[in-house]
Ligand binder design. Structure first.
Ligand SMILES: [Zn+2]
Length: 332
């Protein structure tokens, strides 16, 4: 009887351990490349392709729309997705939630008044560090470099950071009343970046927080917009300890050797059976924040392939890790 109970307990314990381990499906690695820099297409993509490693790239939606040589263009991003990469939103203009209004409720510019001697030009105090955009009745106004040009350009604005004042010339002066002129909020960044990417052919289900900056309020807002969110934290993710809208990433710095990142991967993915998400930027040139050398990425990718480390995109990793239990909404 004693022995029978013991065997039962042992079997139950083993089943629990097996089911628990299986449910978590940890032991994965994800490479993410923030900002959508041109070097990701030029250097990171061919290296990872050679070893059959997929990745996720965080695209700044407004940058992709207004093509710039330092960043990937639509055709290049499309090629990444055709090669198994995931496109995530990295915001509309790459702002932090503390630097612009948090939500729609904080967007209206209050106390707009005529600039002295002008019927068509207005000014208003603006209480935030940065301005992500100004809208008039839902239409975007054009940002200009100085007040003088604004005076001669209907539908434009200039933000003087030093004195915290916005000067704007609306399309229709009758539009100027409290609530009509709005400063783009972080909530709008999360919503519109997704819309812009979808219009360009990249339906993003993952959000990557710009500057690895995140708040509990934004986490709560993001739950109805994205299937998952990744941010900073310099840690791995472990079963039972990870919030799907606050997945941690470890930042790879320029000074990190390939061996440093290999050792970290061994520790988190192999020894501790965790999900390690690495945050990289550019590769193989000096554009952008904390670029990594192509030689480092090559050495790391070769080690990944040789050791059969499971590599997934964020979307795929989250599907496995959370078994899709965290997503209440359908796809769309
Ligand atoms: Zn970024």
């Amino acid at each position: 009887m004693h022995r029978f109970l013991f065997v039962c307990c042992l079997v139950a314990a083993l089943l629990t351990a097996w089911a628990g381990g299986n449910a978590a499906r940890a032991g994965m690695l994800t490479l993410t490349f923030d900002d959508g820099l041109a070097s990701v297409y030029a250097h990171a993509f061919p290296i990872l392709k050679k070893y059959g490693i997929p990745a996720t790239t965080g695209i700044i939606a407004a940058r992709l729309k207004n093509a710039d040589d330092d960043f990937m263009n639509v055709a290049q991003v499309r090629e990444l997705t055709q090669g198994g990469w995931e496109v995530a939103s990295h915001g509309l203009t790459h702002k932090r939630p503390v630097d612009i209004p948090e939500g729609y409720a904080q967007e209206p510019l209050k106390n707009c008044r005529n600039v002295k001697g002008s019927e068509t030009v207005f000014e208003a105090k603006y209480a935030y560090e940065e301005l992500a955009g100004l809208t008039e009745d839902g239409r975007r106004l054009k940002e200009l470099d100085n007040e003088k040009d604004v005076k001669s350009t209907p539908g434009s604005y200039y933000y003087d950071e030093l004195i915290g004042e916005v000067v704007f010339r609306p399309l229709d002066p009758d539009d100027v009343e409290d609530g009509t002129i709005r400063a783009v909020s972080y909530q709008r960044e999360m919503v519109e970046s997704r819309e812009v990417l979808a219009e360009l052919g990249f339906p993003a289900r993952t959000y990557i927080t710009p500057h690895n900056y995140w708040t509990t309020h934004m986490r709560d807002l993001s739950r109805s917009l994205y299937d998952q969110v990744v941010t900073g934290g310099d840690d791995g993710n472990f079963p039972g300890r990870t919030d799907r809208w606050w997945i941690k990433r470890h930042v790879v710095h320029t000074a990190d050797s390939a061996q440093t990142i290999i050792d970290l991967t061994k520790k988190v993915v192999v020894d501790e059976d965790g999900w390690l998400v690495l945050c990289l930027h550019g590769v193989g040139d000096d554009v952008g924040w904390e670029p990594w050398s192509a030689a480092n990425l090559e050495a790391f990718a070769a080690w990944i392939a040789k050791n059969g480390v499971a590599t997934v995109t964020i979307a795929e990793g989250a599907r496995r890790y959370f078994q899709d239990k965290g997503v209440a909404r359908g796809k769309g």
